[in-house]
Write a protein that binds this ligand. Sequence first.
Ligand code: PLP
Length: 457
Amino acid sequence: MRQEIAEKRIFDQARAYAFDYMDGIRRRGVFPDQRALAALAAFEEPLPESPQPAEEVLRQLHELGSPATVAQTGGRYFGFVNGGIVPTALAARWLSDAWDQNAALYVMSPTAAKLEQVCERWLAELFGLPDDTAAGLVGGTSVATLCGLAAARHAIMERLGWDVPSKGLRNAPSWRVVTSAQAHGTVFKALTLLGVGTQDVERVGADSQGRIDVTRIPPLDSRTLLILQAGNVNTGAFDAFEEVAELANRAEAWLHVDGAFGMWAAASRRNRQLTRGLDKADSWSVDGHKTLNTPYDCGVILCRHRDALLAAMQASGAYLHYSEERDGMLYGPDMSRRARAVELWATLKYLGRVGVEQLVDGLCERAVEFAERLRECGFVILNDVVFNQVLVACETDPAMKQMLARIQRSGVCWYGGTSWQGAPAIRISVCSWATTSDDVEKSVAALVEARDATVTS
Ligand SMILES: *Cc1c(COP(=O)(O)O)cnc(C)c1O
């Protein structure tokens, strides 16, 4: 290892670049311009034969990489459901990156194990879940859902006298999966990975807001996994947990909730009614990196039945010595893993219960402002704005694409396009603590400008 890698100078350099990036974030276009994109071609070099100077590596990354990033932290990015980043969480991540901990086992990182344990308790409390709810830290909700559904399969099969870890799926008893036609794509992906073909899923129709139609849920039984959603990616709508959980609990079906971004409504007094009955589920998947604004790579599987989760995620190897303390790898599919709990803990500690509530409520307020201002400007809003999502009707698909391209080129903000019940729409997702009312105003103006340009051209 060359000496300079251990020198602190390169960290000063990285810090200076990061500050330069942060300082410029509100002045630049949200999507990189053509020049910045074209410059990425300079990364296409042959693999260097010999070591390169560290300063040069960082310099190239900043000069080519930084301008071609999407300015997601600047407050005017409304694409997908991507969160911003709480500065304290970012700083905590810098520190923990210097630790380079492997959070697989307690003996590899007592700090990571302790923080995971604390986050587990804090999250159960914030979401109003049972005290002994288990939490596993994974890369995102996709993986969290995979874990929850694997735990469900394990528990259902166990009840039927079948041990999945030893017997696998060949000749296994049949089981059922019921979910809404509006379930997120990652739910179907997780099911596929678990050996449930998409054609075998019993899909229940949804209402105009994308909520599962309770009257059309087929009879449930103890062989059934039912998957609901807290926060539809288009409308932000929440399924009727109270009503459905009662059906599921009575039938002893396993109820999983995909709460990627919407689960956080449970942490806000003003929005909590959206999640009524959520605590009656068996497992929940949620992201830190969306609504909570932690850095990426922060998903959580929460499970009422610790044993089922651990059994579904089991691994063994002669060299693996599980401890009396918390061994994080038992709660998810990874072995070696970053100490994700550090940023999650830092964000929760920094914000506190009140700060989390203000963060959630702020996103919802900005979404309402968007809807109100857009209506005043003559736009039609397709959804009931119950959380952080706003769907703006567009006349035609080409008109939508033209408007989106124009806004993207302007650099003012970034919106995504979608199709809602067959109609083209612009999807606005307010997901960053950094978004102000002024950002909403500027972004509405960009949409008005794009519409007017589209109509006249
Ligand atoms: C984002 C999202 C997911 C996937 O989460 P990742 O963190 O991207 O893996 C799943 N479900 C819903 C409702 C989402 O919004």
